[in-house]
Design a protein around this ligand. Structure first.
Ligand code: ADP
Ligand code: DGP
Ligand code: NA
Ligand code: NA
Length: 257
């Protein structure tokens, strides 16, 4: 074990808000100082669970219930209803179950990386992460799912030291290269997701006005950065927030509550 554990910095934001770009730049900046850092992205599409998630995301932007291949077939336990109402009931159940099932897969994909994340942090390696718990809540709640239900499967995960929310305006992110290629990438859905991120932002510990993050806190610090600025100026502020993070000992993490 190292004397000090690594720091856990998380980038969150809408699709094409610049998370991958900023993840890479922060990773490089940390490594340039001779400190070890690793990148993780969620969903991690390389695992078995991640492959299911990848299939789902590459599927159509229609609701999951409208195509057979996305369905998770369930047995209807109520056998005494007539055939027609049974069909309707089953269709309704499937569409609700699909959203919940995919939500749990995203969460499981975070859980399957916990041992690795803990090991890296405890051995002094910084983690720079592209999406995590907050995307999990924001994207599912944007579908109208219950907040507490969505939060529950992630409770107990290691939480980041710092959340950097890249706040981009939708006109801009939806015009960026590559937008529209996957399931959630419609202007309408992104604006619903943005509302959810704004709710999460209100619940988080606000950034202190003097730019110092040395407050004693029981939960991650959240900073919101205007992601319409230049790539370079965003990166500069991220690095200065990174620099002001407190050192912690191995095993001393925030736990998501
Ligand atoms: P995300 O990982 O959030 O989906 P990316 O980092 O892949 O976003 O960025 C999406 C696109 O926008 C890329 O083409 C990238 O070069 C560009 N981009 C990223 N940050 C900015 C910025 N601050 N201003 C303009 N374009 C940007
Ligand atoms: P990308 O970050 O580009 O690999 O895209 C992943 C997509 O999946 C993006 O639209 C955000 C969404 N997403 C990420 N995490 C979760 C999650 O936990 N739950 C749900 N429902 N969607 C998520
Ligand atoms: Na995406
Ligand atoms: Na990304």
């Amino acid at each position: 074990m190292a004397a000090k554990r690594g720091k856990f910095i998380l980038f969150e934001g809408l699709d094409r808000s610049g998370k991958s770009t900023q993840t890479r730049l922060l990773l490089n900046a940390i490594r340039q100082r001779g400190k070890q850092a690793e990148q993780l992205s969620f969903p991690d599409r390389k695992t078995l669970i991640g492959k299911l998630i990848g299939d789902y995301l590459r599927g159509s932007s229609k609701p999951a219930s409208s195509e057979g291949k996305d369905k998770i077939q369930i047995e209807n336990s109520e056998t005494l209803v007539d055939e027609k109402s049974k069909d309707i009931k089953q269709t309704e159940n499937e569409s609700v179950l699909d959203d919940k099932a995919i939500h749990l897969l995203f969460s499981a994909n975070r859980w399957e990386k916990q041992t690795l994340m803990r090991k890296l942090l405890d051995s002094g390696v910084d983690l720079v992460v592209d999406r995590y718990i907050y995307s999990g809540i924001a994207f599912s709640c944007a579908k109208g799912m219950d907040f507490d239900w969505c939060k529950a499967p992630d409770v107990g995960l290691i939480a980041p030291d710092l959340v950097v929310f890249l706040n981009v305006n939708i006109e801009e992110s939806t015009a960026r290269e590559g937008f529209g290629s996957e399931r959630y990438e419609t202007r309408q859905f992104q604006s619903l997701v943005l509302k959810q991120f704004q709710k999460l932002e209100k619940m988080a510990v606000p950034q202190s006005s003097n730019h110092s993050l040395d407050v004693v806190s029981q939960q991650p610090l959240w900073i919101t950065i205007n992601a319409s600025q230049s790539i370079d100026s965003i990166s500069k502020s991220v690095i200065s927030y990174y620099n002001s993070l407190q050192d912690k000992s191995p095993g001393d993490y925030f736990i998501f509550k």
